[in-house]
Design a protein around this ligand. Structure first.
Ligand SMILES: [Zn+2]
Length: 302
C-alpha cells in the first residue's frame, strides 16, 4: 500500500488548529497493525499536506494510536500502568519497581492523575528516577471514547498539570482500556502527546494468568519495536514473579530495553497503528466487550 496514501500525519499539535470533533486535518483511515501499513513518522513526503509541528524539532504526531513501531533495532519498551479511579486507589508494586531498578531497565509508567494524588510519595519517587518516563493515563481512568469531548479534554489537561507538579513532562497518552478513536487521538495531540497503546499484552491485570504463562506469552510475542503492557499498581499480582524471567529471556533473544519516547525517536521507527477500539480491548481471559454483553465494564488490560 502506498505510504503516501496512508500519510496520516495531522497538525493537531497546533493548539490553535480547529478542534472540531472527528475532523482530522487529513481524513484517511489509519494503518492497522499486522497489515504491514506502518506510517513513517518522519517521512518528509508525508508532511507535505500537514501543517508544521508546534516545535521545529518535534515530528508530527500520527493520527492513530500507536501499537508498536517497525524498526530494525532489536529493542522493546516495557510499560507499566498505574491505574486508579475515583473509587479505587489501587497501590504501588514496589517489588516490580525494585526489579526494574536492579536490572537497569528503562521503563515508561502511565499513572492516572488520581493515582498520583493517592500515592504522592511513590509518585515523587517515580518522578525522581532518570530511567523512568511518565505518561498520561487520564485523571480517573476514564473511557475516553464514551465521555463528552470537553470532559475528555479535562481528563488529559488535569493529569498533565499533576505530572507537571512532579517536575516531569509526560511523553505519551495511554487510553484506559485501550479505547480510542481519532477524536481521542486528536485531543492527546492538543497536549502534544502521541497516543501509545501496546502490541504485547502481558495479561497481568487481575492475576488471572499465571506468571509462567505470562513469560511464555511475552517472549513469544515481542518483536523489534514492541511495546509491552504491565501494571505497577498491584493490579498484576504475578507481575513481580514473571518480570525477571521476561527480562532474562528478552536479553537472551538479543533485545535491548528503551523507553517509549526513545522507541518513537529511533531513526528508522515507523509507528504502527493499534486496532481501532471504541469500546476498549478485552482482557486476555475474557471475550471481546460489546455494549450487549456488558463486558465494557470489565477491567481491561489498559
Ligand atoms: Zn489503566
Amino acid at each position: 500500500m502506498d505510504a503516501l496514501v496512508l500519510a496520516l500525519l495531522f497538525a493537531a499539535q497546533d493548539a490553535s488548529a480547529p478542534a472540531a470533533d472527528g475532523a482530522p486535518a487529513i481524513d484517511l483511515a489509519p494503518a492497522i497493525d499486522n497489515a504491514g501499513d506502518a506510517v513513517p513518522a518522519t517521512e518528509p513526503s508525508s508532511r507535505t499536506d500537514a501543517a508544521p509541528p508546534a516545535s521545529p524539532a518535534a515530528p508530527p504526531l500520527p493520527s492513530f494510536a500507536i501499537a508498536r513501531v517497525r524498526t530494525h533495532d532489536p529493542v522493546v519498551a516495557l510499560t507499566f500502568d498505574a491505574c486508579a479511579t475515583l473509587k479505587q486507589d489501587n497501590g504501588f508494586d514496589r517489588e516490580v519497581f525494585d526489579i526494574l531498578k536492579r536490572e537497569h531497565i528503562p521503563a515508561t509508567v502511565f499513572p492516572t492523575g488520581r493515582w498520583i494524588e493517592a500515592h504522592p510519595a511513590e509518585a515523587k519517587e517515580l518522578a525522581a528516577q532518570t530511567w523512568i518516563e511518565l505518561g498520561n493515563h487520564t485523571y480517573s481512568h476514564a473511557r475516553m471514547t464514551k465521555i463528552p469531548r470537553n470532559k475528555a479534554r479535562q481528563q488529559l489537561a488535569r493529569t498533565e498539570a499533576i505530572i507537571d507538579g512532579l517536575g516531569r513532562k509526560s511523553v505519551a497518552f495511554r487510553p484506559p482500556a485501550g479505547a480510542w478513536n481519532r477524536s481521542v487521538v486528536r485531543l492527546a495531540a492538543e497536549q502534544h502527546l502521541p497516543t501509545v497503546e501496546w502490541d504485547v499484552v502481558s495479561g497481568d491485570a487481575g492475576g488471572y494468568i499465571a506468571a509462567k504463562t505470562m513469560v511464555a506469552t511475552v517472549l513469544a510475542s515481542v518483536k523489534a519495536g514492541s511495546i509491552v503492557i504491565f501494571h505497577i499498581n498491584g493490579r498484576g499480582p504475578h507481575t513481580k514473579e514473571a518480570l525477571p524471567d521476561i527480562i532474562r529471556g528478552l536479553r537472551e533473544k538479543g533485545f535491548g530495553f528503551v523507553t517509549v519516547s526513545e522507541l518513537l525517536q529511533l531513526p528508522d521507527a515507523h509507528p504502527v497503528s493499534a486496532r481501532p477500539s471504541p469500546f476498549g480491548y478485552p482482557p486476555l481471559h475474557e471475550k471481546a466487550p460489546t455494549p450487549e454483553n456488558g463486558a465494557v465494564n470489565a477491567i481491561p488490560p489498559g
